[in-house]
Unconditional design. Structure first.
Length: 574
């Protein structure tokens, strides 16, 4: 027995012991769940570390054993995967109102921004895509065993599955898991519609399957006669959820759904795919506009195949899909298929695939061996992003190092402009304090509070920066020019010397006064060490200023220069 198999068996034993005596909601032994998860991962043909992590994924959270114990027994890699999965488990899905209208209304916006943000957060927190694969397997088994749970929880889990996990599976090209997740969720979330569909479609399904049973040998015959030997011809019924979505687009008319049950032809290579299409069209007239070449133009999730819809046997309209075995495998297992068959794959060709992942992380750059390929799957594009929550559970996506002020402006300009204090996870923190992934942030708003110059020193987002600047510009003149002084002062603070001279400048206030004074001083290469402005009502302003001068000569030059500034009445050295 190899070491690798050892690890899997050891993981099962470890999990059994850790979960001993625990029961699931359904009453069965808890260990059934991690075993089922590991089995799903095994079916995806993932590596041993991932399968072991599947057995162990609930150990640190739900048992007396810790992550440290797991690391001691199984090493870093397995512990990293287990830790990732349990971190993802702690993400809270935004609260949802289940009274929200009928299914048709929800369909209008199938994926809202929140869900998209949450999916991004998954990637950010997972770092290694195998963590997401384990989480998907975990979720698949959980929805498969939802029956025992109270209805409210069933619905919450089902909705989360439909809006987060199924699209994730889809993004990763895992058509099989995506279909299962969607259909199971559909059943719990919209039981009436599900029932209606099953009732209305069942007969159609059976009728179509019988029909395709007759088409299959005929088609094989034709192809062989033309010199093509398909490695497989089969048909599979469309998944319920995608069928229902299509029905909603087709006025619920089931007669218009040609791919209710589609015929699939699997051939050896791409060239044969196109030849097969030609042969099919020679015998069965295609419907114009329904020939789709996803080989030349793969879907964003890398789905590849040629689809055509023809007047088939007995003139019945039928969809036929042609693809290679490799394309088929990828459609079933998506990104996981790269582990399963990594010996044989052309890694150079792989680089072109999963373009969206490549965009995220350039993960395929210079990858020439399977080990590197695997390592490169660690998604780090979002590493410099953090995701925090509003008290209502909305997700806000910020750059790393962002603080509550960035958060406030990201939520709304008014909240930013009047933010007085911040509570993170119910505790008051300084506005400048950096936020962490998963923090729940609440902004205390005070109508009388205004953006402060100091904020510019710690905000990270361009959004907050420009809004603060915009607000400061609108403020009365002397405050904003005061800012210029402060900046100059700060820049030169390091060069503080003993040759400091203090001046009092009295002037009639006007727009641009302080800016002009500052400009004239810096024109001479003189640093301002500090400045203070007093403006008594109905009197000229008095500016008390400390400057850094080399000698009396320079000071004289400065005084005469400043006298030229419009509005200046007098300048007195102190
Ligand atoms: Mn679990």
């Amino acid at each position: 027995m190899s070491n690798q198999q050892d690890i899997i068996i050891k993981a099962l034993e470890f999990a059994k012991e850790a979960h001993a005596g625990q029961k699931r909601f359904s009453g069965e032994d808890y260990i059934e769940h991690p075993m089922a998860v590991a089995r799903i991962l095994q079916e995806m043909k993932l590596d041993e570390a991932t399968i072991a992590a599947g057995f162990l994924h609930d150990v640190p959270d739900d048992t007396g054993k810790t992550l440290k114990d797991v690391e001691k027994e199984f090493g870093r890699e397995v512990a990293f995967l287990v830790d990732g999965v349990s971190k993802l488990g702690k993400l809270r899905y935004p609260k949802t109102d289940f009274s929200v209208g009928p299914i048709e209304l929800r369909m209008a916006e199938p994926v809202d921004l929140q869900a998209e943000n949450l999916r991004k957060m998954f990637f950010a927190m997972a770092q290694d895509i195998r963590v997401i694969l384990i989480k998907l397997a975990d979720r698949l088994h959980n929805v498969e065993t939802l029956t025992a749970l109270p209805e409210e929880r069933q619905k919450r889990i089902a909705l989360e599955t439909l809006e987060i996990f199924a699209p994730l599976a889809n993004r990763l090209g895992m058509g099989n898991i995506k279909g299962k997740l969607e259909d199971l969720s559909f059943h719990y979330l919209y039981p009436k519609e599900f029932e209606w569909l099953v009732k209305n479609v069942k007969e159609k399904y059976e009728e179509r399957e019988k029909y395709l049973g007759r088409v299959k040998p005929l088609l094989i015959n034709i192809l062989e006669k033309e010199g093509v030997n398909p490695s497989d011809v089969h048909y599979r019924a469309k998944h319920y959820w995608s069928l229902y979505q299509k029905l909603l687009r087709c006025e619920m008319n089931i007669e218009k759904i040609y791919d209710l049950v589609a015929l699939r032809v699997i051939v050896d290579n791409i060239e044969t795919c196109y030849r097969t299409l030609g042969i099919i069209h020679k015998y069965f007239k295609p419907l114009p506009g329904l020939i789709k070449d996803y080989i030349a133009f793969p879907k964003p999730n890398n789905y590849r195949a040629i689809h055509t819809t023809c007047f088939c046997l007995e003139g019945k309209i039928t969809e036929i899909q042609v693809k290679t075995a490799e394309m088929h495998r990828e459609d079933e297992f998506g990104i996981a298929s790269h582990w399963a068959y990594k010996e044989g794959i052309d890694l150079k060709a792989q680089r072109k695939k999963f373009a969206w992942v490549a965009q995220l992380s350039n993960w395929q750059k210079g990858v020439d061996n399977p080990k590197e390929f695997l390592d490169s799957l660690k998604i780090d594009f979002f590493k410099d992003r953090i995701f925090v929550f509003t008290p209502k559970g909305d997700v806000v996506d910020l750059p790393e190092g962002a603080c509550s002020v960035d958060f406030a402006y990201a939520v709304h300009t008014d909240i930013g402009n009047h933010c007085a204090a911040a509570k993170v996870n119910s505790r008051i923190i300084p506005l400048s304090q950096q936020l962490g992934n998963g923090d729940v942030v609440e902004i205390v708003v005070d109508k009388n509070r205004k953006p402060s110059q100091d904020w510019l020193e710690f905000v990270k987002t361009t959004m907050a920066r420009s809004k603060i600047r915009e607000h400061l510009r609108k403020k009365p003149l002397r405050e904003s020019t005061g800012a210029i002084f402060r900046t100059l002062f700060k820049t030169h603070r390091a060069k503080m010397s003993s040759n400091a001279a203090s001046l009092i400048i009295r002037a009639n206030d006007r727009i641009g006064l302080l800016r002009d004074i500052a400009a004239n001083i810096s024109k001479l290469g003189i640093n301002i060490l500090s400045s203070q402005l007093k403006s008594p009502p109905d009197e000229p302003v008095a500016i008390n200023m400390k400057v850094e001068v080399l000698n009396g000569e320079e000071l004289k030059k400065l005084l005469s220069q400043l006298k030229e500034v419009k509005g200046v009445i007098e300048i007195k050295p102190l």
